[in-house]
Ligand binder design. Structure first.
Ligand SMILES: CC(C)(COP(=O)(O)OP(=O)(O)OC[C@H]1O[C@@H](n2cnc3c(N)ncnc32)[C@H](O)[C@@H]1OP(=O)(O)O)[C@@H](O)C(=O)NCCC(=O)NCCS
Length: 341
């Protein structure tokens, strides 16, 4: 028997909020595309891609790691907005907040934010939502996200909650045209593929744990939180990691990812002077089939200068990193994307 047609929604129907589920993810992708194209079309920007399969895999990852922070808004049978955030070692990071353009400006975005911050349902006017000034014993020490610089609504909504736009983050894109701009590693350091670390650790689960310990240690020292589940997702998505080690005592100094489809990052460096070496190792270690692209915070000045020197271009408008504390890791860290730190 054919499924009954969805009940048409009316603007006056009440809005309901519930945790998201796997069956919602295609509709979330449609809201994401409509939400971005609605404001970018007014700026003569090109449409978003039609192939939403990579985005859907990202949603599925976030739903699997943080189901209590993935919320949808519905009116009748129709999904009209969603929010998703992750928490890693006390770092809360907003991945997505999107409301159907026809339903914007009516408080739905704020209601979704409340739930993504609280990690549970929240009554309007009920118990306070945790935030930078009142973490409410949640263990969350930092709140952050990346936004679009041309979107005053989201930037205003987050800044009111203490996550103020502090740092521009640019997408750098293009062919490497001047290879000599990418520094080769000095004799004192050694870039080692992640697979080699696993093999040196005996292969199998022991080797994987050894690699995870090294990477977690760097993330705690540089970002302030480990995010092993996201590293596992990156490798499933085809990104290949390199660990930079001191050739003398073997100390880990940083890591960087490359990929054959040209996606670079994340890049983490204990010493920011090593960022260009790390990026060079990732670009040379995983030859891309075409152009390369990387999200680079304005505070990662050495990486930015080096990539521009190599021939990449600024692509589109910058994003903004919104962060609850003045101390941040972005001189030494370039994130996975605007959706995941
Ligand atoms: C951003 C978005 C999710 C907000 O949802 P919404 O339901 O439209 O927003 P709400 O009605 O809940 O909240 C509006 C709040 O935004 C803020 N705001 C709106 N315009 C603003 C401006 N020009 N300057 C500063 N703050 C502004 C205010 O805090 C306002 O609250 P108020 O009306 O009580 O003062 C929605 O507009 C959207 O989907 N936009 C397109 C996609 C997008 O940019 N998503 C964010 C990606 S990081």
């Amino acid at each position: 028997m054919a499924a009954p047609p969805p009940t048409p929604r009316r603007a006056t129907d009440p809005v309901a909020y519930r945790p998201g589920r796997e069956a919602d993810l295609d509709a979330c992708g449609r809201i994401w595309k409509a939400g971005i194209e609605d404001y970018q079309a007014r700026l003569n920007q090109p449409s978003m891609p039609d192939d939403l399969a990579p985005l859907r895999r990202l949603f599925a990852h976030l739903l699997s790691t943080d189901p209590e922070r993935f919320w949808v808004a519905t009116r009748g049978d129709e999904l009209i907005g969603f929010a998703s955030a992750s928490v890693r070692d006390g770092l809360w990071f907003l991945a997505m907040l999107f409301v159907d353009p026809a339903a914007q400006g009516g408080g739905i975005g704020q209601a979704l934010m409340d739930r993504a911050q609280a990690g549970r349902d929240v009554d309007p006017g009920g118990p306070a939502v945790p935030g930078p000034d009142e973490p409410l014993d949640t263990g969350i020490h930092t709140w952050g996200m990346c936004t679009d610089a041309v979107q005053p609504i989201s930037n205003g909504l987050y800044a009111r909650r203490g996550m103020v736009p502090r740092i521009p983050i640019w997408r750098l894109f293009g062919e490497v045209r001047r290879w000599d701009a990418l520094p080769l590693p000095p004799a004192s350091v050694d870039p080692v593929p992640f697979e080699a670390i696993v093999a040196q650790g005996g292969g199998g689960p022991d080797g994987t744990r050894r690699l995870a310990d090294l990477v977690d240690g760097l993330d705690r020292a540089i970002v302030g939180s480990a995010h092993g589940r996201d590293h596992a997702w990156l490798r499933r998505e085809g990104r290949a990691g390199f660990l930079l080690r001191d050739r003398g005592d073997g100390r880990p100094l940083g890591y960087a990812y490359g990929s054959s489809v040209g996606r670079l990052g994340p890049v983490a460096a204990l010493d920011p002077d090593l960022s260009p070496v790390l990026i060079g190792a990732a670009v040379r270690g995983v030859p891309a089939l075409g152009p390369v692209a990387m999200w680079v915070p304005g505070t990662s000045d050495r990486a930015m200068r080096m990539l521009l020197e190599a021939g990449l271009r600024f692509d589109g408008f910058p994003g903004l990193i919104c962060w609850s504390t003045p101390g941040h890791p972005f001189e030494r860290y370039a994130p996975i994307s605007l959706a995941m730190v």
